[in-house]
Design a binder for this molecule. Sequence first.
Ligand code: N01
Length: 541
Amino acid sequence: MPADKTNFHDAIIIGAGFSGLYQLHQLRDQLGLEVLVVEAGQDVGGTWYWNRYPGARCDSESYYYSYSFSKALQREWRWTERYAEHGEIRRYLDHVADRFDLRRNIRFGTRVRAARWDDGNTLWEIETEAGETLTCRFLITAVGCLSAANVPDIPGLGGFSGQWHHTGRWPHEGVDFTGKRVGLIGTGSTGMQAAPVIAAQAAHLTVFQRTANYSIPSRNRPLSAEAWAEIQENYDAIRTKTITSSNGHPFEVFDKSALDVSPEERDARYERAWAEGGLGFRASFNDLLKNKAANDTASEFIRRKIRAIVKDPEVAAMLTPSDHPFASKRPPVDTDYFETFNRSNVTLVDVKAAPIQEVTAHGLRTSAAEYELDIIVFATGFDALTGPLLAMDIAGQNGCRLRKDWAGGPRSYLGLQVPGYPNMFTITGPGSPSVLTNMPVAIEQHTQWITACIAHMLAQGFNRIETSLAEAEAWGAEVNAAAHATLLPLANSSWYLGANVPGKPRAFMPYAGGMAHYAQICAEVAQDNYRGFTLGRVPGG
Ligand code: N01
């Protein structure tokens, strides 16, 4: 502990979303540490605090997009819909914060500007944007994977006379689209959720699409009393399935190749999965993400669906993806997305054929035409995984800087720790399964591992943990190999690769070797005396 104990904490956690809240609960209530959470927003929620755009809801199903660590919490919280809407998820996290009395250790409205490792004193110094300095033994980033909004640098935006908003920074008071001409840029998960809801309210919606995208209908519905009773009865089995699966979902993967069944059986399976809705479509066969020919059958099935739904054949052709295999980019699920293009107040514009050139005072101009707009909605995604970490100026040992160290792409051991940055843990950091899974599963595994690691250090009298460049490089090679054993790298414009942000180094960032397999590796590392980490006690700490 430093001589000046003011503002010293055993651990500082950055972020009060799913991961920060649970990490706080564990370190404070299991280990008895003195913990502070600093959060830029004015309340808990993380991604759900910021993403309040029309149509925002989770596309993992509510009853397993939730914490599993407390059976009492699981029993008392009643989800109302198959896919929870953003407000309901915030209410859930509010409830968690109150139930576990977490707010007293969270400082809201506090954004971290910089963090600096003090080697002599074995502690981190955190500087907030307000200029305050806090210190701690352990620094834990719980900043989310998709929290750094990506607003494209389009000339003229500053001179736009209407309103514009990025979906990930949506105004809390909402946006009234009534009678407005709205432009929506982006057709990823977010744009596909937002378009039908905006179209139902606006005078006119113009969707600016760069890349056509696959989507599966969500088939959202209220969770009936019977459905809820069945979930409650089977919760243990559901949770077991999520942690033993490759992506944190309790899906039963049909254990056959799409190529090992007759075309009739294949289509019947796809039809059933389409009717059931949701991300479980990927579990129709066991090789959809591994074998291109198998994947082609699923991709073609969805293309046929798009052509059947969209009445205008030219619009249908524009909406039909052809440049990447299904699910090689994160597959969206939607409610009436393709149907929206049958509305008379919706226009689709192909901005790959005719790129956006500028925002004018009254709208958008592409190389082919000008569109008058009152509101522009940017559903243009995020500087994923590395963006939220690099938004802070993090300085490690011997003056190393994360922004410099990661200039060629992230380097991390297990996505948990970066060489040169002792005592810093990155929850769902690059190199871990994170965004390839149902997030709460990845978050619970990481926070529990970090808690056990710190508990071990305390028990052994250690005050310092670090990894090495060699370990990070070896793990980086595993991450790369795992990605290349799948079809994921075939999507050239995917944010998994950093390809959506101009100038970002191309590197496949999440670990694609499967959640259960990854958790097993982490458990073995811990059992093997934290293999790949150096733990010790140094003076000064
Ligand atoms: O972002 P995206 P998102 N000009 O990056 C386009 C999670 N999520 O916010 O494909 C024109 O996927 C871009 O075009 P292209 C989920 O993991 C979860 O939709 O790069 N267009 C693309 O169409 C998801 O994957 C939920 O050619 C531009 C779109 O903008 C992740 O968040 C809900 C452009 C961006 O798509 C990100 O999804 C929603 C430009 N300059 C999201 N720049 C849940 O339910 C970008 N685009 C949990």
